[in-house]
Design a binder for this molecule. Structure first.
Ligand code: HEC
Length: 104
């Protein structure tokens, strides 16, 4: 395969899976959906409420990534979020998921 064809094939592959779908797949795969929905409070806050709360906060991706990784409580109530280790969600997937949530 010529290099130009190769590059085109990769570009087409990226278009086929849009970032939104990819991030929804991540939160399904990492089982975040067991406790979270986009626009309804379940065990944890609705992702739209999370996005509203952290709107305009420059370090939100770092702060929220650490929270999901290490778990914690107190920002939304007394129910804790359990920690999510790298075996459950990789650094790259976690970042993509948080960025997706913050854009809701
Ligand atoms: C067992 C239930 C549960 C699971 C699974 C879960 N969460 Fe949560 N999540 C919670 C609860 C409860 C809170 C509220 C914690 C608090 O009050 O500080 C929360 C809070 C959050 C917040 C806001 C944190 C803050 O400090 O404001 C984000 C972002 C979040 N979760 C993302 C995720 C992602 C991404 C996943 C999957 C990797 C996930 N959650 C999986 C229960 C869960």
């Amino acid at each position: 395969m010529k290099i130009t064809q190769f590059v085109c094939a990769i570009a087409l592959g990226m278009v086929a899976v849009s970032p939104v779908q990819a991030s929804e797949e991540i939160i399904k795969k990492a089982r975040c959906v067991a406790c979270h929905a986009v626009d309804q409070k379940r065990v944890g806050p609705a992702y739209k409420d999370v996005a509203a709360k952290y709107k305009g906060q420059g370090d939100a991706v770092a702060v929220l990534s650490a929270k999901v990784r290490n778990g914690g409580t107190g920002n939304w109530g007394q129910i804790p979020m359990p920690p999510h280790g790298a075996d459950k969600i990789s650094d790259a997937d976690l970042k993509a998921a948080i960025e997706w949530i913050l854009k809701l």
